[in-house]
Structure formats: structure tokens, C-alpha cells
Design a protein around this ligand. Structure first.
Ligand code: GLU
Length: 397
């Protein structure tokens, strides 16, 4: 009998970050009041000048197909912004504007990874990396990091994980979910290592402007390694534009041509009015980026202090992005002793249904004692969410 579904669709799972949002929406529809630390997105509105550019595009009937990779002006805005901020030297033929950063990642993996190729992925990892690699037929090589070292990845660890089958390395710094930031020295060493060995380094830099540890660094500044670098960027977090689906890849001409070829057979161009909005975001004042960043730092410190009020819960201090990744292992018991959750999947489900707090279970990111809290919410919501969790854990004892 013929199979119904292709093998490749069986190799992936529904994105856990999006699944919790769907589950939360069901409870909300029943009138339940939730504190939502689920899907990661800024709570700010998209800045006025960006919205105005999209409205003007629609009113001006800029509503038709464009070239697949994006109009020259949006690609110019991408490469000029990146060059100004990080000293990179990409041309407009070395970037593709994509329907969200996730599509840039998906296409990059499809273009580079074949069946049996190994891709090194530090743990904890953002949910979709693993599935996207597996969808392409690649083998994920998980690289454990130390919680005591704030889950930071080092060049030494990467070097040890490389085998003759390594095709690519994925790095995400600042990282989702732990907010860890690589040192500039480690990043440079890894870029050099990958370049010398002919391994592609896929750098998901969607939180690059949310680096609280020091000056933001992009792998793209190592211009001598361009041949082996694929830089993935997103406007979602930087400009509070998650729903617009606006991302990009920066890579060599050869890689870019293939990204564009693949995109020509799926989404074609990103929505034309979104391209105009992106130009407004990238090419005008970056004041909103500084404002958002400053508020995220305050919220990070606020939620870290609040979490200290839950006995037995510890949390590393994130140095970037907008998540905290507290260790709640004290309240998990694999055998379910004392009515405790057996794993973080059960913990997150019970926090949702019993405490009405939305979190993402650590299992989705490859660790077994944590949940992820996305903290761009109001301070009142942080207080209330932490209070609910504290009460839930107090009952567990
Ligand atoms: N990147 C965000 C998150 O991790 C948005 C949801 C997603 O695409 O995974 O929550």
C-alpha cells in the first residue's frame, strides 16, 4: 500500500513555541485569564514611521510582485545597515529578503545540508533548528554546554565536535532560550576554524541588537570568511515586527543565488509593502532600537529579582535576547513522587492549566530541568505570573 505522508514530514514536530500559543488561545477563548510568557516577541507596537511606510506603499499601489530576492532598495538597506553596524561588506547580490528570519534559516539548510551531513548544534537550542535540519535529512550533532557557564559555547567545544562529516555549524548568539552570548574571541576562532575546514557557519543573529554584555558583534564583520558564512537576520525582534514576517540572509553570491532559486519555487518575493516597511526600519533613525533594548534590560533585571522569590528555583543571568531560562528541577521528579511533574513537558502543561501561566518546556530546547519565560510583558504581569508560579510550587511542597 502507498504511504500517505512523505518520510520527511514525519521527521519533524510542531514548533513548541507556536504550539503553546495555540494551547493558550484555547484557554483564553474559554474566558481564562492567563499570564503569557510563551512565544517570544516584543510587547511594543511597531514604530509609527515603519507602519506609515507600509500604508503609503499600499496607498501608492506598490502591491505587485517584485524580484524574488527583494527590490534593490530593500537589499541596499539591509547591506548598508549591516555594514554601518558591523563593518561587513556585502553587496546587494549577496542578500535575500525573506518571509521572516525562519524562512532564511529553512532555505539555508535546504541549500547546504544533504542526507547524512552532520550539523553541530549547541544545547540549549531554539526549537526549530533541530527540526529544520532533520527535515533536510541532516544529522544533528548536539553539543552540550554548562549551566554554570551560562550555557556559553566555546571554540574549543566546537573544535572537538567537528568530524569529516560536519557540513555546518549553527550558532545563535545572543541565544534563545538562555540568552547566552559568545565572546568575540570565541566567535572569531570559530569563524576561522570553519573557514579553514570548509565548513559552513550559519549564524542566527536575530538577537544581535539585544546584546547586553557589551558591543554587539556579528560574524559578518569577518569579511575574509564570507565564502563560508551565512548570516541570518530578522526585523521581528529589533523593530517589534514579528507579524510582518521580515527577515534576511547575507551570504556569498553563490549561496545567495541558490537561496533565491529555492525561494522562487516557494514564497517568491516577500510581501511588497513589507519591503517598503523594512526600508523605513533599516534606513532611518535607530532610536527605537535603543529604546527597546534599554527596556528589555530593565525587564530582565525585574524578572530575575521576582524569580528569586520562588524557593528552589535558580536562574542564570541572560546576557542578551529577552528570555529567562530558570531551572525548576527541584520541583520535577522522574517517578512523579509527591505528585510532582515527571518532566518539563508536564510541568509546563500544569503551569498552564493549574496556575494559568504560559511557559515553554525545556525539553523543546534540549534540556530537562528548565522552562523558558519570554519576558517582554508588563511589570504587573511579571509580578502576577511569578506569584502564580510561587503558589503552584508551594502546593507541590
Ligand atoms: N522565535 C520566537 C520564539 O522562540 C517566536 C516563535 C518561533 O518562531 O519559534 O518564541
Amino acid at each position: 500500500m502507498k504511504k500517505t505522508f512523505a518520510d520527511r514530514i514525519g521527521r519533524i514536530e510542531v514548533s513548541a513555541t507556536l504550539a503553546v500559543g495555540a494551547e493558550a488561545a484555547k484557554l483564553r477563548a474559554q474566558g481564562i485569564n492567563l499570564v503569557d510568557f510563551g512565544a517570544g516577541e516584543p510587547h511594543f507596537n511597531t514604530p509609527r514611521h515603519i507602519k506609515d511606510a507600509a500604508i503609503a506603499a499600499i496607498e501608492g499601489n506598490f502591491t505587485r510582485y517584485t524580484v524574488v530576492a527583494g527590490i534593490p532598495d530593500v537589499r541596499k538597506a539591509i547591506v548598508e545597515r549591516h555594514a554601518a553596524d558591523f563593518g561587513s561588506d556585502y553587496t546587494i547580490d549577496e542578500t535575500v529578503f525573506t518571509t521572516g528570519g525562519k524562512l532564511a534559516l529553512f532555505n539555508a539548510i535546504q541549500v547546504l545540508v544533504d542526507h547524512g551531513d552532520e550539523v553541530i548544534l549547541p544545547v540549549p537550542y531554539w526549537v526549530s533548528f533541530k527540526d529544520i535540519i532533520q527535515y533536510a535529512g541532516g544529522t544533528v550533532v548536539y553539543l552540550e554546554t554548562e549551566e554554570a557557564e551560562s550555557f556559553r559555547i566555546t571554540a574549543d567545544a566546537i573544535e572537538q565536535a567537528i568530524t569529516p562529516k560536519t557540513k555546518a555549524i549553527i550558532l545563535n548568539s545572543p541565544s534563545n532560550p538562555a540568552g547566552s552570548v559568545m565572546t568575540a574571541e570565541d566567535l572569531e576562532r570559530i569563524v576561522r576554524l570553519a573557514h579553514e575546514k570548509g565548513i559552513y557557519l550559519i549564524l542566527d543573529e536575530c538577537y544581535v541588537y539585544l546584546n547586553y554584555a557589551g558591543k554587539a558583534v556579528s560574524g559578518g564583520s569577518f569579511t575574509w570568511a564570507k565564502e563560508h558564512l551565512v548570516i541570518l537576520g530578522s526585523l521581528s525582534k529589533t523593530y517589534s515586527m514579528t507579524g510582518w514576517r521580515a527577515g534576511y540572509a547575507l551570504a556569498s553570491k553563490a549561496v545567495t543565488a541558490n537561496l533565491s532559486k529555492l525561494q522562487s519555487q516557494s514564497t517568491s518575493n516577500t510581501a511588497s509593502m513589507v519591503q517598503k516597511a523594512a526600508i523605513a526600519a533599516l534606513a532611518s533613525s535607530q532610536e527605537c532600537v535603543c529604546e527597546f533594548r534599554a527596556e528589555f534590560i530593565l525587564l530582565r533585571d525585574y524578572i530575575l529579582e521576582a524569580l528569586k522569590t520562588i524557593p528552589g528555583v535558580t536562574c542564570t543571568k541572560p546576557e542578551g535576547a529577552f528570555y529567562v531560562y530558570p531551572n525548576m528541577g527541584a520541583y520535577i521528579d522522574a517517578a512523579g513522587k509527591g505528585g510532582r511533574p515527571k518532566n518539563t513537558l508536564e510541568l509546563a502543561a500544569r503551569l498552564l492549566h493549574e496556575a494559568h501561566v504560559v511557559t515553554v518546556p525545556g525539553e523543546a530546547f534540549g534540556t530537562d530541568a528548565h522552562v523558558r519565560l519570554s519576558y517582554p510583558v508588563t511589570r504587573e504581569n511579571i509580578d502576577e505570573g511569578v506569584r502564580r508560579m510561587r503558589e503552584f510550587f508551594a502546593k507541590l511542597g
